[in-house]
Design a protein around this ligand. Structure first.
Ligand code: ADP
Ligand code: ZN
Length: 744
């Protein structure tokens, strides 16, 4: 039989080889894009996902037919598929890897399915004489019947009926007195934990909050909402605004997606959402990496069916299959953790903005220190800006003091200057008053820069304005953006003092020193080394909250969203550590970090104080953070970015090669460099092949090239074209990172 309209589908075959084939759809089979299908593949059967349906095409007898539809409902919505294709194209990766992110393994894998249990159901309570008879002749059956009569809705799980009821159940079923049926049970990741949550009521908003909320609500009613950047200082009540906006979306029958930088580091935000939606707690799904396969399967399907209408999760939750999406909230939108550091290397915030535009829903990006990318978009009029200028309840911003560590030189008998006199005194005072302190050390960056401990000068690249990186192997200073080389000076090039030193001491050292200086204080440390044990972070934070700890020492793990009313002092031990890394965002990161960490102080009724120790006290990032002045900082930083064509004025990408063989890693990248240099589109600047700041990692040597260009697509395409026509040696891996955030 010849049908006039042929329907063909393009199918992505499951498996690592990213095969895509066209198949014909058998008459009568209703296939949509996003459906899971069984297909013939050479001599075997395979499964795959439909990427596109082509209707009205020519009948092509060469095409094989689909074997079967695994599920008539598409697993991926049309909108998400569109986003998936965009990601593959923009970040230069296969659509298969993107689909893997879109559809978690636990959902795709055919081994997983809903968990069911058997329940006994009584449709009608039997007449008294029947019951009477049972009680005399069949005590077991009578017992089962009594249980069901007394049970809620006359239903009860067979497993709950006790041993020895199987025969009785069978007999009762046979006599038509009850039914046995299967019901789906949710593998609830929260389990019994829900009862601990105390419901919270909406607070009365202040003027700024109300204005921000109104703007969000207006945007929710708009046919094509513009993203809103909510810039609110720490403690200005952003979360309350999120909660009330989410409530409105829920009441309008819509669903809400809440993205947070990292689930384990934002327990307080999650708890507040759960508390506000306590009455609908089964509609809140928290997606975190500790879910079992079964739990993830259930949560995913609950979301897709519209049963879980608020989804809270980290970056990958941006793909949660929420129907009727009404609002996306991206908390701490400036955080780096939104960027995935493995393929597909998408930026969760950017994809959230894309998703909002595809689904035509409102989106709010919130932060006390927005990324300059988002800030630039408000300047261009692409985003609307809403501000919360004050802390709620008239709490004042903490007082930030900058301590010049150059003055501490010589006081520490050759050891590193860790604790200034000011900070030591401030800590003593807190201990006396029974208040708590946080000490923060940003140990980010093994890239070591040279800094003069007398004048604070740091060796920088004259062309790129980033710190030069010290390379021990060849005793050179290297610019990690352009490749500029410099000799290692014996004396400071500014003040001629020989006190020029490599950066570096860690949190462990600090803990040691603190224990010596304050032998009676209770001290704890939070960093990647001490937090390996499961729940370690939660336990330490709880101990800190209940004041079993006086001084908490930590890395950036403690910089985010924590709220401890009794903390009145925050010390930043070496603000320069993040500042002099070979990364043009170093200044921005330092500003963000100081502002965020400072926001941890004085969150209760007590006033807070922040002490920032630095060798470069006049650095703009530090000075603007001291004054809580985002506008001043961004104005000055944007000028620098524009001057060097750094983002947000243009895009930046990194191409990295890795191999156990140093020469091959380097040679491969040199080959790519030559090809990239041919037909280089105008405007793109191509950096040299350089050893990565992290030269060796996991036994692999790493080399990299940095590229900059005014237009993202042009840059990405140029690299992709070269990569496609280059055959790489088997033992070399090349990674392309578009809009890279990490240059290590
Ligand atoms: P942010 O998210 O901007 O850091 P939060 O939403 O955490 O700020 O608010 C800080 C504190 O102020 C929280 O304890 C919150 O409950 C409280 N708060 C927020 N809005 C109000 C309000 N309108 N009235 C009273 N308290 C509020
Ligand atoms: Zn340079």
């Amino acid at each position: 039989m010849i049908s006039l309209i042929a329907v063909n589908v393009r199918v992505l075959i499951d498996g690592p080889s990213e095969l895509v084939f066209d198949y014909a759809v058998p008459t009568g089979m209703d296939v949509k894009a996003g459906c899971r299908v069984k297909v013939p593949l050479r001599q075997r059967a395979a499964s795959g996902t439909v990427l596109a349906v082509v209707e009205g095409g020519q009948e092509d007898f060469a095409l094989r037919e689909l074997d079967a539809l695994i599920d008539p409902d598409p697993l991926v919505t049309v909108e998400l598929l569109k986003i998936g294709r965009w990601i593959a194209d923009y970040y230069g990766c296969g659509i298969e890897t993107v689909i893997r992110s879109l559809l978690p393994e636990s959902v795709r894998s055919e081994e997983n399915s809903a968990k069911t249990r058997r329940v006994a159901v009584l449709d009608e309570v039997p007449d008294e004489d029947v019951v009477e008879k049972l009680s005399k002749r069949a005590p077991r059956q009578y017992a089962v019947m009594s249980l069901l009569v007394g049970a809620e809705n006359h239903r009860m799980a067979v497993a709950d009926m006790g041993k020895g009821s199987a025969a009785a159940l069978k007999a009762l079923e046979k006599n038509g007195l009850l039914r046995i049926e299967k019901e789906e049970v949710r593998r609830d990741p929260e389990g019994a934990g829900v009862s601990e949550i105390i419901a919270s009521e909406p607070l009365e908003l202040n003027g700024d909050q109300q204005q921000a909320l109104d703007a969000i609500l207006e945007s929710m009613d708009s046919p094509a909402p513009k993203p809103i950047l909510l810039l609110g200082v720490t403690g200005s009540g952003k979360t309350e605004v999120y909660l009330q906006a989410a409530r409105k979306a829920m009441d309008a029958g819509k669903t809400v997606l809440v993205l947070v930088p990292e689930i384990s580091l934002t327990p307080q935000t999650i708890r507040r959402f759960k508390a506000r939606f306590a009455a609908e707690h089964d509609q809140v799904a928290v997606l975190h990496s500790n879910l079992s396969q079964g739990e993830r399967f259930d949560e995913w399907h609950r979301i897709r069916k519209g049963k879980a209408r608020i989804v809270i999760g980290a970056r990958s939750a941006v793909f949660a299959p929420l129907p009727e999406l009404g609002l996306i909230l991206v908390d701490e939108e400036h955080e780096n953790t939104y960027k995935q550091e493995s393929v597909p290397r998408y930026h969760g915030r950017d994809i959230a903005v894309l998703r909002a535009s595809v689904e035509k829903c409102a989106i709010v990006l919130g932060s006390a220190t927005p990324s300059l990318e988002s800030w630039h978009n408000t300047e261009l009029g692409k985003y609307d800006l809403q501000r919360l200028e004050k802390r709620v309840d008239g709490q004042s911003m903490p007082l930030v003091r900058v301590v010049d560590m150059r003055m501490e030189k010589g006081k520490h008998k050759g050891g590193p200057a860790v604790l200034s006199d000011k900070l030591r005194t401030a800590l003593e005072q807190r201990l006396e008053k029974g208040e708590q302190s946080i000490l923060f050390l940003n140990r980010r960056g093994f890239a070591r820069s040279l800094q003069c401990h007398k004048c604070g000068h740091v060796c920088e690249c004259p062309h790129c304005a980033v710190a030069l990186t010290y390379h021990r192997t060849d005793e050179r200073l290297v610019c990690h953006v352009c490749g500029h080389l410099a000799i290692v000076p014996r004396k400071c090039t500014e003040c001629k003092d020989p006190a020029i030193l490599l950066q570096g001491y860690g949190t462990q050292k600090v803990e040691e020193i603190m224990a010596k200086v304050f032998p009676d204080a209770k001290i704890a440390r939070i960093d990647a080394d001490t937090m390996r044990r499961k729940h370690a972070l939660r336990d330490v934070l709880n101990a800190f909250k209940s004041h079993k700890i006086d001084i908490l020492i930590g890395t950036q793990m403690i910089a985010k969203g924590l709220h401890f009313p009794n903390v009145t002092l925050v010390g930043i031990l070496n603000a320069d550590l993040g500042l002099h890394v070979p990364d043009f965002r170093a200044g921005e990161r330092t500003f963000q970090l100081i502002t965020q960490v400072a926001g941890r102080a004085g969150r209760g009724d007590l006033e807070g104080e922040v002490i920032v120790q630095t060798f470069t006290p006049h650095s703009p990032s530090i000075q603007f953070a001291r004054k809580h002045d985002f506008d001043g900082f961004s104005e000055q930083e944007m000028e620098f970015r524009q001057h060097f064509s750094y983002p947000p004025y243009g895009h930046c990408a990194v191409l990295t090669s890795r191999s156990a063989h140093e020469r091959r890693a380097e040679f491969t990248l040199q080959t790519l460099h030559l090809r990239l240099a041919e037909d280089l589109p105008s405007g793109i600047s191509l950096g040299e092949v350089l050893p990565s700041p992290l030269v060796r990692s996991h036994g692999q040597f790493r080399f990299q090239i940095t590229l900059r260009g005014p237009r993202a697509r042009q840059l990405s395409r140029h690299v992709q074209v070269v990569l496609k026509r280059t055959t790489l040696p088997e033992d070399v891996t090349v990674v392309f990172d578009m809009d890279a955030l990490s240059f290590t």
